[in-house]
Write a protein of this length. Structure first.
Length: 177
């Protein structure tokens, strides 16, 4: 009769440390790819220049009541305009393994014996019929499912990446009469 491993041994044979290591290495690799993508996006945003962006509009009302507008324009990168790349981090990772194991062994033996004897004048005969049937059945059923759940969440970009916007106004304030 073949020996089947016990259910406990089947569960012990699941390479859990290897699965955890592969999950961790996969997350590290994916995190590096996500970070690289965010940095590439930051470079693209910093290098893409939009020309003649209106950064201020001055409204002037003359003594005669005429209103005029003057725009101050500048060339700005998309990052200077406030577009910041999104960064992500893995917040949670779960490995779930479920295994159902069913082992069935059955053995069946049937013996059927029949005899017949004939007695006649100086003739004697006998017959014995033996019918032996043997049936063995081994069945092993294994079902398993696994599930990997990963949750990503956006995080703020590094503080050093956000541009600092400083305004220096060197205009002379108007003289009030």
């Amino acid at each position: 009769m073949p020996q089947f491993p016990s259910v406990g041994q089947e569960l012990l044979d699941v390479p859990l440390p290897e699965m955890v290591l592969k999950l961790a290495m996969g997350i590290a690799s994916a995190q590096a790819a996500l970070d690289e993508n965010s940095v590439s996006t930051a470079v693209l945003l910093a290098e893409t220049i939009v020309k003649d962006v209106v950064i201020a509009t001055t409204q002037t009302i003359s003594a005669a009541g005429v209103v005029t507008f003057a725009d101050s324009k500048a060339d700005m990168s998309l990052m200077q305009m406030g577009l910041i790349p999104t960064f992500y981090q893995f917040a949670e990772a779960t490995i779930e393994v479920t295994m159902d194991i069913k082992t069935t062994t059955s053995s069946e033996t049937n013996i059927k014996v029949s005899t017949a004897a004939k007695v006649g004048f100086k003739v004697w005969s006998a017959s014995v019929n033996v019918d032996v049937s043997h049936n063995r059945k081994f069945q092993k059923e294994v079902r398993g499912t696994s599930r990997l759940v990963v949750r990503l969440m956006p995080v703020p970009p590094p503080a050093q990446m956000k541009p600092v916007f400083t305004t220096i106004d060197n205009r002379v304030p108007p003289v009030v009469p």
